[in-house]
Design a protein around this ligand. Structure first.
Ligand code: AR6
Length: 170
């Protein structure tokens, strides 16, 4: 049985097995959640990201995929980095957004995690409309076949919280 929970706050302060990072393909950091995770998590995360870039992901982590590293100084065992799509009104990229949630859960299951925290992927710098992003996120994790006992969405501001609450509770 998986419970889906909502928290308004900072994802870097959560105590869970896995914290999901809304990264970019370079895996080398950025702004938003990504910047916050690397800042609070310390250099161990970036060092592992660099190793991934030197090895399996020489051309970067593709959009919609997910990969885990240590969580450094965060109160978690792993950070799962996933790359959301940049929103476009010309092209439907929602499959990539759905894939970010699915692949992150798949990686978390593989690691043996049982609790996971997600940010609202793509809804910041990547411009995804919040209501739609919330609906896709909630629908995807709800229908996922996963071993997680808790899937927590950590929403930074009240507007994001309201969108996820509407998607989850109607
Ligand atoms: N905790 C929880 N949510 C947060 C936090 C936080 N500490 N900080 C921001 N948010 P974004 P994206 C919210 O821009 O749209 C980066 O530069 C934020 O309000 O972090 O997927 C990467 O390197 C928004 O609702 O990620 C990429 O280049 C949501 O998290 C690019 O941004 C996602 O915002 C990825 O863009």
């Amino acid at each position: 049985m998986t419970s889906i929970t909502l928290v308004q706050g900072d994802i870097t302060l959560q105590s869970v097995d896995a914290i999901v990072n809304a990264a970019n393909s370079t895996l080398l950091g950025g702004g938003g959640v990504d910047g916050a995770i690397h800042r609070r998590g310390g250099p161990a995360i970036l060092a592992e990201c660099k190793d991934l870039r030197a090895g399996r992901y020489k051309r970067g982590l593709p959009v919609g995929e997910a990969v885990a590293t240590t969580a450094g100084d965060l109160d978690a065992r792993w950070v799962i980095h996933t790359v959301g799509p940049v929103h476009s009104y010309d092209e439907d990229r929602s499959e990539f957004l759905i894939s970010c949630y699915r692949e992150s859960l798949r990686v978390a299951d593989e690691l043996g995690a049982s609790t996971i925290a997600f940010p609202a992927i793509s809804t910041g710098v990547y411009g995804w409309p919040m209501d739609d992003g919330a609906r896709r996120a909630v629908d995807t994790v709800r229908s996922a076949d996963t071993m997680m006992t808790e899937i927590r969405f950590v929403l930074f501001d009240p507007r994001a919280y309201r969108a996820f609450d509407k998607a989850l509770n109607g």
